[in-house]
Design a protein around this ligand. Structure first.
Ligand SMILES: Cc1cc2nc3c(=O)[nH]c(=O)nc-3n(C[C@H](O)[C@H](O)[C@H](O)COP(=O)(O)O)c2cc1C
Length: 226
């Protein structure tokens, strides 16, 4: 279901290098054209709505990693508190508009998802199904967790769905197999160093794609025919 109100392409992007976190040297004129003049807007979606869920702690840790990365403004969208009616209607209900506008303004997404029955939870499918243009030509990364698989089957299933949305999914992921052993009660990964390195690698790729796609959408509208 497409929600009206796609505000179209973002504004043009030129940046002084000194404002880019981690920048070592002045970029070439060509590089400057593809760098955003503002922080990239990252929506981190908490897919689990289960009572007693571990997802909120995993998402909170990852959001801190995203803030530490330096390229992102982070908006945590918790589907446990979002209003997502199961019944799709032609006119989206007003209570959906808050989450719709937050997806709309995002340059990139990370879905924090558990694996349920070899796939993803119904809540994230509902969020996807209520929207369309909000995902289009934007990158989506994944943080997954579960039993032995670490949630990778949920991620692979989500890649198929998000391709239909014309989204671009990021190859590298962060995953927590046997999450009840690999993620601590203190809200931190047990192997903090390795997990932080995986998160930063994902965020590097996400920032690259978010910048490239922001620039591409600015140059010309994405030719979606459906
Ligand atoms: C309904 C349900 C189905 C599950 N199916 C799987 C599964 O197929 N594979 C797996 O690795 N873990 C599975 N699990 C384990 C969950 O991934 C694990 O409990 C995780 O903590 C759930 O995320 P949450 O705590 O944020 O809800 C399942 C859990 C639930 C509640």
């Amino acid at each position: 279901m497409q929600i009206p109100g796609d505000s179209g392409a973002p504004t043009a992007v030129i940046v002084p290098v000194g404002e880019i976190a981690g920048a070592q040297s002045r970029p070439s004129a060509e590089q400057a054209q593809v760098l955003p003049e503002r922080a990239l807007r990252l929506a981190v979606v908490v897919a689990s709505v289960r009572e007693g869920r571990l997802g909120a702690a995993v998402a909170s840790w990852f959001s801190d990693e995203a803030k530490r990365h330096g390229r992102f403004d982070v908006d945590l969208i918790d589907l446990a508190t979002a209003s997502l009616p199961l019944g799709l209607t032609n006119d989206p209900p007003s209570e959906l508009m808050d989450v719709t506008s937050r997806l709309e303004s995002a340059d990139a997404f990370v879905v924090v998802t558990p694996e349920y029955n070899h796939s993803f939870p119904a809540s994230i499918k509902s969020l996807i199904d209520w929207h369309f243009s909000q995902w289009r030509a934007k990158p989506v990364g994944f943080v997954s967790y579960g039993g032995r698989s670490g949630g990778v089957r949920a991620v692979e299933a989500l890649r198929l769905v998000l391709a239909e949305m014309h989204a671009v999914t990021i190859r590298d992921t962060v995953s927590f197999p046997m999450v009840w052993e690999t993620f601590g009660d203190d809200g931190r990964p047990v192997d903090e160093e390795e997990s932080a390195a995986a998160a930063q690698a994902l965020l590097d790729q996400l920032a690259w794609w978010a910048t490239a796609l922001l620039q591409a959408r600015t140059r010309s509208p994405y030719p979606a025919h459906a």
